[in-house]
Design a protein around this ligand. Structure first.
Ligand code: IMP
Length: 195
């Protein structure tokens, strides 16, 4: 198996998380920036799988080795899994995360606050290979008000059931023990270990 992989992100936090798990297995994980590639893909897929595949295929054309791409979002159950696939775009459309939090609190008045983060990782060995998918979920509750500034995106309004902590005050290590991305990544790790 090729031990060099390019990860379809320029997010340093994600890159660190992937490297932490896969480097001990002998993998070298590059970002597009490491390879001087200017990488951007329109996330026009109908679900997380399609978006992760769009990113993986887009990147695989540009690099000489296998790629990993992921797509993730926050799903609020009482709002039919909103903002879901549009998590990032929703925050942008509101003029930033603090405004998005307010709008979510407004929509959730009197409703159940159960939610989950969700992540789908796509691994694509060659351009014409069958894509492989690995998914992870992180269940919790939407808080009544933002708490803390740790993490990113919707972390300040999310309480993790499994870690029993608000992500806005959780350390990276605590979050990575239960996060949707870490769980999907663990499944990928098992695939690499036995595959
Ligand atoms: P992407 O998978 O990098 O496209 O991220 C999608 C969006 O989902 C992010 O920009 C955030 O708004 C949200 N999101 C995904 N994972 C997390 C997380 O771990 N914490 C907070 N927000 C997240």
């Amino acid at each position: 198996m090729n031990k060099q992989i390019c990860l379809a992100t320029n997010n340093k936090g994600k890159l660190r998380e992937y490297r932490e798990i896969l480097a001990p297995m002998g993998f070298t994980i590059y970002s597009p920036a490491d390879l001087n590639i200017d990488f951007d893909v329109d996330e026009t897929g109908a679900d997380y799988r399609e978006n992760s595949l769009l990113k993986a295929k887009g990147l695989r054309k540009l690099v000489p080795f296998p790629v990993i791409a992921d797509d993730s979002g926050l799903e609020i159950l009482a709002l039919d899994c909103f903002p879901g696939l549009h998590s990032s775009r929703f925050a942008e459309s509101m003029g930033g995360y603090p405004k998005a939090y307010e709008e979510i609190f407004r929509r959730l008045e009197g409703k159940d606050r159960s939610a989950r983060f969700r992540c789908c990782i796509c691994y694509l060995e060659n351009e014409d290979s069958k894509p492989l998918y690995f998914e992870g979920f992180c269940p919790g509750q939407i808080l009544n008000a933002p708490h803390g500034t740790n993490g990113f995106g919707y972390d300040p309004i999310f309480h993790s059931e499994e870690a029993d902590i608000d992500f806005g005050v959780a350390s990276e290590e605590t979050k990575n023990a239960v996060s949707h991305r870490a769980k999907a990544l663990q499944k990928l790790k098992v695939f690499f270990a036995i595959g």
